[in-house]
Design a protein around this ligand. Structure first.
Ligand SMILES: Nc1ncnc2c1ncn2[C@@H]1O[C@H](COP(=O)(O)OP(=O)(O)OP(=O)(O)O)[C@@H](O)[C@H]1O
Length: 285
């Protein structure tokens, strides 16, 4: 990760509301700010409806926020040049098209849009995902389609890769292979990756950073190593107060979830380490 370079994606106080007829407007993104730099692999975690897909669709300029600004590859997202667009890879939750074509023909068509297409990378992933080039796209299983969508989004080594639950339909072996490739690709090509997943163990394994969303807000954005070190569940005694320098994510009874615990400074407090699944549960308790 290189924070001395310009960010690849930058959100500044972005709010997105959806109007609803029967109920009050829904705030899907609430004053959300974050920056992604080259080499970052950011795992986006949040409950259903937390705003993850909305964030991704705003980053791509598919939907426009009500307020705030978004810069993608150095350009305002609503005026992206075609050169910038050609450096973005996106796999939506539900890919996709190319029905009526074979896998190899669909890749051939897709390839023609991208001068930077890496044929060797395409071949490697076709093999890894065990995809038959002669197979018709409409006969692929859901997971195989997802694999094809991933190849199509990644084989031109985009500078920004946005993946909305990319591995939800992949089996554990394909998932593992894909996840390690994802990390390598980002490091090799100086790309930034933003991916959402409900599979916390995947996220723990490959993400360099965790972005945690709750009700449209980004409640945590941290390097995974710092998450392990600093996000703790504290157990307070009956008369104990939470030290003022600690940032509280959730407080229920005598249990306090904080994201900036310092073991040297807060020696007297009983602090429990959490894996990502436990952290998620404690945040929503
Ligand atoms: N086009 C839309 N019109 C109205 N409301 C919408 C629209 N898109 C999203 N929303 C609402 O915005 C909120 C955030 O939705 P979003 O799809 O971003 O959540 P998510 O975190 O991706 O959820 P999931 O994990 O289920 O995919 C939800 O309350 C959803 O109902």
């Amino acid at each position: 990760m290189d924070v001395n370079q310009a960010p690849i994606l930058e959100f500044s106080k972005v709010t997105k509301r959806f109007s609803a007829k029967a109920t009050a407007d829904k705030t899907a993104l609430n004053e959300l700010s974050m920056s992604l730099y080259p080499g970052m692999v950011v795992g986006l975690l949040g409950q259903n409806g937390a705003g993850k897909s909305t964030l991704m669709r705003c980053a791509l300029g598919i939907i426009e926020p009500n307020s705030g600004s978004i810069t993608t590859l150095g350009e305002p997202v609503h005026q992206l040049s075609s050169a910038a667009k050609a450096q973005i890879g996106y796999v939506p939750q539900q890919p996709f098209g190319y029905e009526g074509f074979s896998v190899s023909r669909s890749l051939e068509l897709h390839r023609s849009f991208y001068p930077e297409w890496d044929r060797a990378l395409e071949d490697t992933w076709l093999e890894r995902f065990d995809l038959d080039p002669a197979q018709q796209v409409q006969r692929l299983s859901v997971g195989q389609r997802q694999s094809l969508a991933l190849i199509m989004a990644m084989a031109y080594r985009p500078k920004l890769l946005i993946l909305d639950e990319p591995v939800a339909s992949l089996d554990p072996i394909a998932r593992r292979k894909f996840m390690s490739d994802l990390f390598e690709l980002a490091l090799d090509s100086g790309s930034a990756v933003l991916f959402s997943s409900h599979i916390t163990s995947d996220l723990e394994r490959v993400a360099s950073h965790l972005a945690l969303m709750k009700s449209g807000k980004l409640v945590l954005f941290k390097e995974m190593d710092s998450v392990r070190e600093q996000v703790k569940l504290l157990s307070l005694g009956a008369d104990d107060e939470v030290p003022g320098d600690l940032h509280v994510l959730n407080h229920q009874g005598n249990k306090v979830l904080v994201d900036n615990f310092n073991a040297a400074k807060h020696q007297s407090i009983h602090a429990e380490s959490l894996n990502l699944e436990q952290l998620f549960m404690e945040l929503h308790r």
